[in-house]
Design a protein around this ligand. Structure first.
Ligand SMILES: NC(=O)c1ccc[n+]([C@@H]2O[C@H](COP(=O)([O-])OP(=O)(O)OC[C@H]3O[C@@H](n4cnc5c(N)ncnc54)[C@H](OP(=O)(O)O)[C@@H]3O)[C@@H](O)[C@H]2O)c1
Length: 265
């Protein structure tokens, strides 16, 4: 396994370290596959923004990219809200070939599955995300989704109802588990993360803190009430704080890469 941790990445917590070897970095993020886990990955500015000029690309850096790729490399499925897929121009989901041997040794398909969450199904079936996908993507929607859009996507994706008026994240997780996809990596975005928090489904948050002051125009990484557009609707569910414990802290230049897990009850 050769994940290049460039530049140097050192561990601050729980054990201060010299720069980590690629295998050590991989092992820090390798899940216990016996335990189903929903892991969420975000990057934010130090003043709390999830975007610069509408995208996450202005945040992060080389070390964040290394960890981003490891998180994908060890996942069974990457789950993402349609808003993020549209804004960030998601293409076909493939993982670097450096992970293929590792995955094959664990009898995992070489690429994770891709799963999207959308109420309106405003997704282009001809886009690379579907047309070049190595595995047939899943699209979670609700019974209220527009029938035309559903028909357009059916040839290129498994369109799965997971709710009546909006997507219920608990039904999404249940369906993924039933398909044997128990190591779930959610890459956002803020609306869907808000729904996951409300449903108390977040087992782990990988959060990169980026040395940027964005200034206040961008969104936070979680939005209460979830999706507000189209058939996504809003739950209006009360916000309940969920408690986490620090599980790991890495540093590379001025980036801090933190890992937080569900606190013991
Ligand atoms: N900093 C980071 O790490 C990071 C990570 C991810 C995203 N982002 C940024 O976040 C922004 C996007 O934010 P966002 O809140 O729009 O992202 P999002 O949560 O990915 O997308 C929201 C959309 O997803 C669908 N959706 C989410 N939850 C749903 C539910 N429960 N039921 C039905 N549909 C649901 C809806 O799609 P339809 O409209 O199709 O119905 C909704 O409009 C972008 O600027 C992106 O760059 C940043």
């Amino acid at each position: 396994m050769t994940v290049p941790p460039t530049p140097d990445i050192v561990e601050l917590f729980p054990t201060p370290s010299a720069p980590l070897a690629p295998e050590e970095l991989l092992s820090l993020y390798s899940p216990d596959r016996a335990t189903p886990r929903l892991r969420v990955n975000f990057v934010q500015s130090v003043d709390g923004s999830a975007t610069v000029d509408g995208l996450s690309g202005g945040l992060g850096g080389p070390a964040d990219k290394v960890v981003f790729n490891i998180l994908r490399g060890v996942a069974d499925v990457v789950l993402v809200g349609a808003g993020t897929a549209r804004a960030e121009g998601y293409g076909a989901l493939t993982v670097d070939e450096r992970f293929h041997g590792w995955r094959e040794a664990l009898r995992m398909p070489v690429h994770p599955a891709m799963a999207l969450v959308s109420g309106r199904l405003d997704l282009d079936p001809a886009s690379d995300l579907f047309a070049k996908a190595p595995r047939r993507p899943l699209v979670f929607t609700s019974k209220a989704a527009p029938p035309d859009a559903r028909r357009r996507l059916a040839p290129v994706a498994d369109v799965v109802d997971a709710g009546d008026e909006r997507v219920d994240p608990a039904l999404v997780v249940r369906e993924l588990h039933e398909r044997g996809l128990t190591q779930i990596l959610c890459e956002g975005g803020p609306s869907f993360f808000g729904d996951l928090i409300a449903a108390d489904l977040v087992d782990e948050l990988c959060l990169t803190l980026s040395p940027v002051l964005e200034g206040g125009a961008g969104p936070r990484i979680a939005r209460a009430g979830g999706a507000t557009s189209g058939a996504g609707g809003s739950t209006g569910a009360p916000v309940v704080p969920r408690h986490l414990a620090l599980a790991g802290l890495l540093q590379s230049d001025s980036l801090l890469l933190s890992r937080w897990t569900r606190a013991a009850a």
